[in-house]
Design a protein around this ligand. Structure first.
Ligand code: PGA
Length: 214
C-alpha cells in the first residue's frame, strides 16, 4: 500500500528566517513509511528546497492557468516544475477569496499535468466536481477549515468512500482542523490515505507530532 501522504499547507505565513528554521526542524522528524509534502509561499520554495532532506517533497499552493509570458504576478508550471512535485488546486480559500471557478480549476489541473506536477485537488464535499486526470483529492469541508471544528472521522470516511465509489483510483486525503490529537482517527482507515494540514503545520513541533502519530 502507498505510504500516507502528509501535506503541510503553510498558506500565507512565515518570513524567510521563520521558514528556514521550520525546515531545519522538519529534517529532524522521524519519517517512516510516510510521504511528506511541504507547501510554502512561492518566495520560500528556493530556500526551503535547499534545506529539506531529499526525501521530503515540495508543493506549490497555486499555479498559473497560463504558460510563461506577460502575466504579471503569476507563477507558471514551467517555473514551478524546477521546485515542486505537487500543487494544491481548488482550495476553498481560493474558490472563495479569488473566485476560482471550475473552468479555472480545470485549466490549473491541466497546466500542472502538462509540466509533470501532481495536482492535489481540494473538494468541499462528495459532490464537488473533480477534473479528469486528478489522482489525489483532499476532502476539506469549509466549516472545518481553520475553525478548530474538524469533521467527524466517520463522516470523513463516508465522504471518502463515496468519492472513491465514483472513481476507485482516487487517493483521498482529509483536511480541516487536523492536529496531532485527532490525526490518527482520520488515518486509521483504508479510505483516507493522508492529511492536508493548515494551521497546525505552522508550529513545527506540532507538525512533527502529526507525522509521528499519523
Ligand atoms: P486548517 O486548514 O488545518 O487550518 O483547518 C486546512 C487547509 O486549509 O488546508
Amino acid at each position: 500500500m502507498d505510504p500516507l501522504l502528509i501535506v503541510a499547507n503553510l498558506k500565507s505565513n512565515k518570513t524567510e528566517e521563520e521558514a528556514k528554521t521550520w525546515a531545519e526542524e522538519l529534517n529532524k522528524a522521524s519519517i517512516q513509511n510516510k510521504e511528506i509534502v511541504v507547501c510554502p509561499s512561492f518566495i520560500h520554495l528556493s530556500t526551503v528546497r535547499k534545506i529539506l532532506s531529499p526525501g521530503i517533497k515540495l508543493g506549490a499552493q497555486d499555479i498559473s492557468i497560463f504558460d510563461e509570458g506577460p502575466y504579471t504576478g503569476e507563477v507558471n508550471g514551467k517555473q514551478l516544475k524546477e521546485f515542486v512535485s505537487y500543487v494544491l488546486i481548488g482550495h476553498s480559500e481560493r474558490r472563495e477569496s479569488f473566485k476560482e471557478d471550475q473552468v479555472t480549476l480545470e485549466k490549473k489541473v491541466n497546466q500542472a499535468i502538462k509540466f509533470g506536477i501532481t495536482p492535489i485537488f481540494c473538494v468541499q464535499d462528495e459532490n464537488t466536481e473533480i477534473p479528469e486526470n486528478v489522482k489525489i483529492v483532499a476532502y476539506e469541508p469549509v466549516f472545518a477549515i481553520g475553525s478548530g471544528n474538524p469533521d467527524t472521522p466517520e463522516n470523513a470516511k463516508n465522504v471518502a468512500d463515496s468519492i472513491r465509489k465514483k472513481n476507485p483510483n482516487l487517493k483521498v486525503l482529509y483536511g480541516g482542523s487536523l492536529n496531532s490529537e485527532n490525526v490518527r482517527s482520520f488515518t486509521n482507515t483504508q479510505s483516507i490515505r493522508g492529511v492536508l494540514v493548515g494551521g497546525a503545520s505552522l508550529d513545527i513541533n506540532e507538525f512533527t507530532k502529526i507525522i509521528e502519530k499519523a
